[in-house]
Structure formats: structure tokens, C-alpha cells
Design a protein around this ligand. Structure first.
Ligand SMILES: Nc1nc2c(ncn2[C@@H]2O[C@H](COP(=O)(O)OP(=O)(O)O)[C@@H](O)[C@H]2O)c(=O)[nH]1
Ligand SMILES: [Mg+2]
Ligand SMILES: [Zn+2]
Length: 351
């Protein structure tokens, strides 16, 4: 495997996938602007465009390459390299494209770790974090929660334990960019060949963290918006190589990510509610006060908060209309039964 490509995240998986295409070479999309792509191949960086056939066969916006994609290209010609295929994405983020046709658009692909950023001062909102977690689990990337601006928080301890209460098995990092080495807590996730990205509200300190990681003031931060040093205004998406190894995808659109095509991310985020729901008296329980509702009982007993159930219902309602809801419900009920059965047998063993 070529060293440049390895640096840019090529691994055995993509090597195996790429070996299916003779006469084409692998590249990774590092920047996307107006129908043109900047890709990196074993020969270095070059511009690329999709082939006529590719364009013809593309059914939706998401069939087009996005930043982070591994693509199979022909660079034998004189002009731009020609992209013929996208290799199967390991993870990807979608959002609704502009317009009313609800077409999905891929924001970034093949991200290993997604930093879910929330500040410890006025941006702190557990319901928003539940949304981010659902998006992350749905995408295939592994989430890590980053609580920023620790210097502006009086009670880090309780915020941290509140966050732990909604994030099962997810690493949580508390950081402050006011500290010189604050960003270093993120470093363990930035290893050679790994790609990370940040999501979070505007102003929570994402660009500041990326600048620290890059070792230069590359991105514009909110506090510096009016100076004229000509920094990146992030209107495009870009994959940046970190000086310490690994890559970061910087994209202005990441914070607008919506839930797209599956309930898997929500189910995983709300595994506590899912497990309780399996014990409701009625399999089609809507958890809104029915008799024998285990979820309502848990709320009454203070085991979970009513807000968390509202958050769960809201995210579920947001799922795409295109989802086959009947098939989904049937599958869901099967799953509830399985969980209930599992819980029952576990209880027996425990006794
Ligand atoms: N007090 C404090 N301010 C921060 C911290 N991190 C970033 N900021 C400031 O918060 C503002 C927004 O940061 P920025 O990185 O642009 O946020 P982004 O919109 O998430 O990219 C800027 O003025 C930063 O200097 C932090 O840890 N503590
Ligand atoms: Mg920013
Ligand atoms: Zn119920």
C-alpha cells in the first residue's frame, strides 16, 4: 500500500474493495467545490470530476462523491482525473439537501470518530446531546462527547454526571481551550490513518480546537471574525491532515445534520427506554399513560426523566416519512419481545 494513501486513511478494507477495479487507481476526496473534487492519490493531489456515465447513473445527490470518500479514478488523461466509482462507505453523514424534495446529501464520509461538542456554559443541553448521539450511532462513526469551555463552568461535576446519565459506554472529555494543553485530551483519537470530525452548535469552540490540533490559526473562530488575516471561512468542506497524524474533516454543515434513514441510532441512544418498553403490558404501548406501561412507571419512580421520553418521541417522529412504518413496527415488536425474553431469562439466572 502506498504511503501517501495510508496517511490518508487507506486500510485493508479499502485496499480489498479497490482491487476489484482494474485499470483504475484509488484516491480520497479531500475537498469539494462546485462539482469539482480535489483528491489525493498515490501521486499526490489533483482535481477530479465524475465521469459522464457516473453522472447519468446517479439517482440522488448522495450518489455523488463527498469529502472523505474513497474513489476509483482514471488519471491517464491530460485534464482532470475522472471518478468512476465510490467505494462502499464505512460511515457517512447525511442531511437534507436544500429544496423541498427532501433529497439526502452526504456531508462527509468514512469518519472514524465523531466529536460531539457541547459547551459547559449556556449551550449545555442534554436533549441536544441525545440527538447528536443518535446521529452518530446512525452514521457508523464512533461518538466521543466533548464538553467544552470548562473554564466557564462552576459545577463541572454535576454536568458531567448528568451527561454520563444519557451516554452509555461513550467516552466523555471535559476540556477548555483556555488551557494551553486543553486540546491534548483529544489526541488519543487522532492516530495515523484515522479520520475525525466535530459537530456541535456554533460558538462552542470547535474551530478553536481544530486550530490547536493543526498547530496554526487556520480556521476562523467566532471571536476573530472581523479581523482581516484572510483565514478560512468555512464555506466548503475539507479534509485536513493533522501534523501529528490522522485527519480532521472540517465542515460548516455538520451542525445541521438531521436524522435520516434508520431508527438504529435512536434505539441505541435510548437503550434504557427501549428495554423498559419491552416490559410494557401492551406491545403497541405509546408510553403516554396506558395501564401497565413500564416506561411511565420508570418516570414516576424517577428512574428516567420525562424530558428524556419527550426527546425520544421527538426524534422518532422526525425520522424520514419514507420509512416503511408498518414493517418497522413489526420488526420493533419482535425486538421488544426478544429483549423481554432475554431480560426474563437473565433475571432467573440472577436469582
Ligand atoms: N472561555 C472559553 N472560550 C472559548 C473556548 N473555546 C473557544 N472559545 C471562544 O468561543 C468562541 C467561539 O469559538 P469557535 O472555535 O469559533 O466555535 P465554533 O463555532 O464551534 O467553531 C471564540 O471566541 C473562542 O475564542 C474555551 O474553552 N473557553
Ligand atoms: Mg467554527
Ligand atoms: Zn409503555
Amino acid at each position: 500500500m502506498n504511503n501517501i494513501m495510508k496517511t490518508y486513511g487507506m486500510n485493508d478494507r479499502f485496499a480489498a474493495l479497490s482491487s476489484m477495479y482494474e485499470n483504475l487507481s484509488i484516491g480520497r476526496v479531500i475537498l469539494q467545490e462546485k462539482g469539482l473534487y480535489r483528491i489525493v492519490t498515490e501521486k499526490g493531489e489533483q482535481l477530479a470530476e465524475v465521469s459522464g456515465k457516473f453522472r447519468y447513473n446517479a439517482k440522488t445527490v448522495s450518489d455523488f462523491p463527498s469529502v472523505g470518500d474513497f474513489v476509483m479514478t482514471d488519471n491517464s488523461g491530460n485534464g482532470n482525473a475522472v471518478i468512476h466509482h465510490i467505494l462502499d462507505r464505512k460511515s457517512c453523514f447525511m442531511r437534507k439537501a436544500a429544496g423541498s424534495d427532501r433529497q439526502e446529501q452526504v456531508v462527509a464520509s468514512n469518519i472514524d470518530t465523531l466529536f460531539l461538542c457541547m459547551s459547559l456554559n449556556n449551550d449545555f443541553n442534554l436533549r441536544r446531546m441525545e440527538r447528536y448521539l443518535s446521529i452518530a450511532w446512525d452514521s457508523g462513526a464512533s461518538p466521543v462527547i466533548v464538553l467544552t469551555k470548562a473554564d466557564l463552568c462552576e459545577d463541572i461535576h454535576s454536568r458531567l454526571s448528568e451527561t454520563e446519565g444519557i451516554a452509555f459506554g461513550v467516552d466523555i472529555i471535559v476540556t477548555s481551550s483556555m488551557e494551553k494543553d486543553g486540546y491534548k485530551k483529544l489526541m488519543p483519537y487522532m492516530t495515523d490513518g484515522k479520520t475525525v470530525a466535530f459537530i456541535g452548535s456554533s460558538g462552542v469552540g470547535k474551530s478553536t480546537l481544530i486550530n490547536r490540533l493543526m498547530g496554526e490559526e487556520l480556521l476562523e473562530t467566532n471571536g476573530l471574525r472581523n479581523d482581516d488575516k484572510g483565514r478560512h471561512t468555512t464555506t466548503h468542506r475539507e479534509l485536513l491532515l493533522l501534523p501529528t497524524g490522522g485527519m480532521v474533516i472540517d465542515t460548516p454543515g455538520m451542525r445541521e445534520l438531521g436524522l435520516w434513514d434508520s431508527a438504529a441510532g435512536i434505539d441505541r441512544t435510548f437503550s434504557d427506554i427501549e428495554e423498559l418498553a419491552a416490559q410494557c403490558k401492551f406491545s403497541n404501548c405509546s408510553h403516554s399513560g396506558e395501564k401497565g406501561c413500564a416506561v411511565c412507571a420508570a418516570i414516576e419512580n424517577g428512574l428516567i426523566s420525562a424530558d428524556r421520553l419527550i426527546s425520544y418521541n421527538k426524534l422518532r417522529a422526525e425520522l424520514s416519512y419514507s420509512e416503511d412504518s408498518e414493517g418497522y413496527l413489526a420488526a420493533k415488536q419482535r425486538k421488544f419481545k426478544e429483549i423481554a425474553k432475554y431480560n426474563r431469562s437473565n433475571r432467573k439466572i440472577n436469582r
